[in-house]
Design a binder for this molecule. Structure first.
Ligand code: B12
Ligand code: SF4
Length: 524
């Protein structure tokens, strides 16, 4: 049977990073079937096109995965596919919590023939076999022999054949530039960001988050050997095609067990498996100097930190009191000293927020090393403690907000400001962090750093700008490039000067593409 695994586009980014679930389920598909992957972010399709594709390609089963914000789109695509007579199975965090909605058991239309609840690693082969026999059940749940929920162990972990997979849809270097860049330094003919997990679960239980409920509060880890093997495979592929690979460790808190993270990073360094990497780590775990040394030594470039708020009262409200705003600056400086920068994520519309919260937050942000601030609104995702609290208090204004999804729009009333005021704060945060002046300041703050680092932060800011200000068209990119022409010219001038006078910079030149500086590992 030919199986299509499909992830709908998020309407924001194009092909920034593929979704891990597709590659995992592809790898776990029993032999004898062919699996085709389509990520709507890389290959945009509408309802008619996907139905046509399913017919033309003789697809016998379609699997769709979606987050809450993409689920309305996923349902529309599923409806169109089911109209061709091909069964659809849906999975992922949203339908796990809202299976009745997907199956049309709550009075609404039916969108899926079957729903996979929770982690599908162990139940996927069964789903495929049932589909082949035409005997799909409505619900698949991972349970043990006694009917108790079972979380799949990550040891052993399937070997995703990254060296053989067709990843052409996820190359971030335009095709036209390939011949030019493939011989630049270690080769930049291709550049892909690939998701890799080293563990699942999070014990913290923040009120707005689905992770603790979905993956559990105890953590399952892969072996170091299995993670290192995956990095080596990815690195070899990049080398072979004259390109680069960066890895996003998608663990919810990559350093949740500091001892184990250090041991993994030491093994990455020992095996020379370093690649550029990004991960999510909470600020409280970044106090450890040795950990940060090892991060730098193993290739870490960016860390995503869910700061959420600079107000401790807000953090306490959402059960994230372990975040201490007083230490944010020290944490970011510790990272910046090693050339690691942070994506700092903030939520507005929290219960203690009042008008002016965006400027109060930015005053702090401006005093930190430059990074990538991002802003969102407190969002009640299904089945989270936050959803239940707001529902009980009668504060949900759009209880099924995902069926009528509008980006950056609140679905409940904040306590100390109006919904409109929360939206204004959000706009202020984005507008003042991604204006040409803010970008120029971020680059200038790194004046003593390698031009590569300055270019890195500038490019990252341009891309992150697109999370809020749509940049899906070439014309929007052109406009932004024009607006930022002064900063671009300054960077180009510095780059050319450095290229023509390499000796002047030799002693400060620690910027190594492809082979990050491993000296930090010596502390291990
Ligand atoms: C990586 C990641 C991202 C990436 C993008 C996704 C990508 N390209 O990988 C980035 C960083 C861009 C991102 C952004 C956001 N994310 Co995010 N992200 C994650 C993260 C950390 C890992 C996803 C992952 O790969 N997990 C590992 C795989 C193995 O798990 P999985 O995807 O759930 O798949 C398993 C099962 O769900 C199931 N399954 C999944 N799909 C399917 C399909 C079928 C057919 C079947 C049978 C089974 C199945 O089987 C899989 C194997 O067990 C998760 C948290 C987490 N730990 O999952 C949050 C998570 C998915 N994100 C979340 C959110 C809210 C967001 C944002 C909205 C945050 C924000 N406020 O801006 C944005 C939205 C981005 C956008 N524009 O679409 C929520 C989603 C909750 C929900 N109910 O939708 C999560 C769960 C985190 C959370 N805090 O609750 N995210
Ligand atoms: S620390 Fe992160 S992943 Fe864990 S519960 Fe809180 S927000 Fe979710």
């Amino acid at each position: 049977m030919r199986i299509l695994l499909y992830n709908p586009d998020n309407g924001v980014t194009r092909n920034f990073m593929p979704h891990l679930w597709m590659f995992l389920l592809q790898t776990l598909t029993p032999p004898g079937h062919e699996v085709v992957l389509i990520d709507g972010n890389a290959q945009p399709m509408d309802e008619t096109q996907i139905a046509q594709f399913v017919r033309d390609q003789n697809i016998g089963l379609v699997g769709i995965g979606a987050m809450t914000r993409m689920v309305a789109r996923a349902y529309r695509m599923a409806d169109s596919i089911r109209a061709t007579g091909v069964p659809v199975v849906m999975g992922g965090p949203h339908v796990t919590e809202e299976a009745d909605e997907a199956l049309g058991r709550n009075g609404g239309p039916r969108h899926a023939d079957a729903v996979a609840l929770g982690e599908a690693d162990e139940i996927w082969p069964q789903i495929v076999e049932d589909a082949v026999r035409g005997e799909l059940k409505e619900i698949y749940a991972p349970v043990d022999g006694r009917g108790k929920e079972r979380k799949p162990p990550l040891n052993p972990y399937p070997v995703i054949p990254w060296d053989k997979l067709d990843l052409s849809q996820f190359n971030l270097i335009p095709k036209l530039m390939h011949p030019l860049l493939k011989n630049f330094r270690e080769g930049w003919g291709t550049f892909r960001i690939v998701p890799v997990e080293s563990g699942r679960g999070c014990p913290y239980g923040c009120e707005f988050c689905t992770v603790t409920g979905f993956f559990g509060d105890s953590i399952r880890f892969r072996t170091n050997e299995s993670v290192v093997g995956e990095l080596l495979l990815l690195k070899a592929r990049a080398r072979k095609e004259g390109g680069q690979i960066a890895v996003f460790f998608i663990d919810d808190n990559f350093a949740i067990n500091v001892k184990r993270t250090k041991s993994l990073l030491r093994e990455i360094i020992a095996a020379k498996a370093q690649v550029f990497w990004v991960a999510q780590i909470s600020a409280n775990l970044l106090r450890d100097e040795e950990l940060v040394d090892l991060m730098a030594g193993s290739g870490c470039k960016w860390i995503f930190i869910g700061m959420e708020s600079v107000d401790p009262a807000n953090l306490k409200d959402v059960n994230k009191g372990f975040n201490k705003p007083d230490e944010y600056a020290a944490v970011l400086e510790r990272l910046a000293k090693r050339n690691i920068y942070a994506i700092t994520s903030f939520i507005f519309g929290m219960d203690n927020d009042t008008p002016g919260v965006a400027e109060r937050t930015l005053q702090q942000v401006r005093s930190w090393p430059p990074g990538l601030p991002i802003f969102g609104l407190l969002t009640p995702l299904p089945a989270t403690p936050l959803y239940k609290r707001l529902e009980a208090a009668g504060r949900l204004t759009r209880p099924r907000h995902w069926l009528d999804f509008v980006p950056f729009t609140m679905a409940h009333t904040p306590l100390k400001m109006t919904i409109e005021e929360a939206h204004t704060e959000l706009n202020y945060g984005w507008a003042h962090s991604y204006s040409p002046e803010a970008l120029a300041q971020a680059v200038a703050a790194l004046d003593d750093q390698h031009v590569g680092d300055r270019f890195n932060i500038f490019l990252a800011r341009l891309c992150f700008r697109g999370i809020y200000f749509p940049m899906l068209r070439k014309s929007s990119w052109l406009r932004v490039v024009l607006e930022n022409r002064r900063t671009i010219l300054r960077l180009l001038k510095k780059g050319v000067f450095r290229w023509m006078n390499p000796r002047n910079f030799a002693s400060r030149d620690s910027y190594e593409v492809g082979t990050p500086n491993v000296s930090g590992g010596a502390n291990a």
